[in-house]
Design a protein around this ligand. Sequence first.
Ligand code: TXA
Ligand code: MG
Length: 321
Amino acid sequence: MSKQTRILRANAAAIAEAAGVLRAGGLAAFPTETVYGLGARADDPRAVASLYAAKGRPSFNPLIAHVRDIDIAKRLGSFSDAAISLAGALWPGPLTLVVKAEKDCAVCELARAGLDTVAIRMPAHEVARALLAAVDFPIVAPSANRSGHVSPTTAQHVADDLSGKIDLILDDGASKGGIESAIVDFSGGTPRLLRSGGIARAEIEEITGPLAAVSKHEISAPGMMTSHYAPRARLRLDVASVNADEALLAFGSRHLEGVRNARKVLNLSPAGDLTEAASNLYAYLRELDASGARAIAVAPVPGEGLGEAIRDRLSRAAAPK
Ligand code: TXA
Ligand code: MG
């Protein structure tokens, strides 16, 4: 059954309307400082089931619960002192914590994929915060794209992927961060970085100390599945030259052989700025994909700071589907 998806400029009236949609068990996409999220009320398994269906997301892949403050977070999961320190320092912001779920956790089991842990994030974006303030439940929100596809950084990207499947999209322009939250797992011993993201590892480690490594084969964050964030075109990474019939995703000012052959060229950041590159990454992947090129050649991006998350997403987008 197809829904009439409305895109509303995110003013107070539209936010109230989105809150009403969520309250009634519907699906509303909203901007965050990382990427656009697809929201459903976390305490309603029917709403969560329809969210999985709209995205085509395997239901063994758990969701992040978004909350408006740390007290609500503490009702959902059990926070160690270390977890509280990290949240206290970096929330609101592009950081998700995985903790053991409390017994009466308001995030339903389906949203947690049956795990005994829960992923929680307090977003910084004004519209996300206003939406959370307007409801009395946590909002689960995966990135608002078809499962496996590139994450959305504009309302139009959301509409391109999910029009007809969701009720409403709050439009507040392009996401500033452009790359998903970093996920730190506090549910075991030493905290681990499950997903690099919008806060650089070094900034987190300043507070937590060295984060433990996660094995390549670990699937506790299925967003870590190898093929993910993928455009249609094949990606070729760390190229030194561009082949005929390829589009080029450039970075910085380094000259590459064969640039003239490129079907289309977009530069993540001509100045070599990783924050700018993160914010452009997904929109540029979508745009180069739409050029119809057979493959997208990607210039080398350094791995420090936000470059760790950028390289992570690029290698997943390049993985065989
Ligand atoms: O920036 C973000 O985090 C965005 C915005 C909308 O907030 N959300 C987002 O959600 O990226 P999603 O669903 O695309 O990615 C959530 C990731 C998945 O990789 C999932 O496996 C992992 O979080 N995750 C959720 N709950 C988990 C848990 N209990 N243990 C381990 N990983 C978990
Ligand atoms: Mg996602």
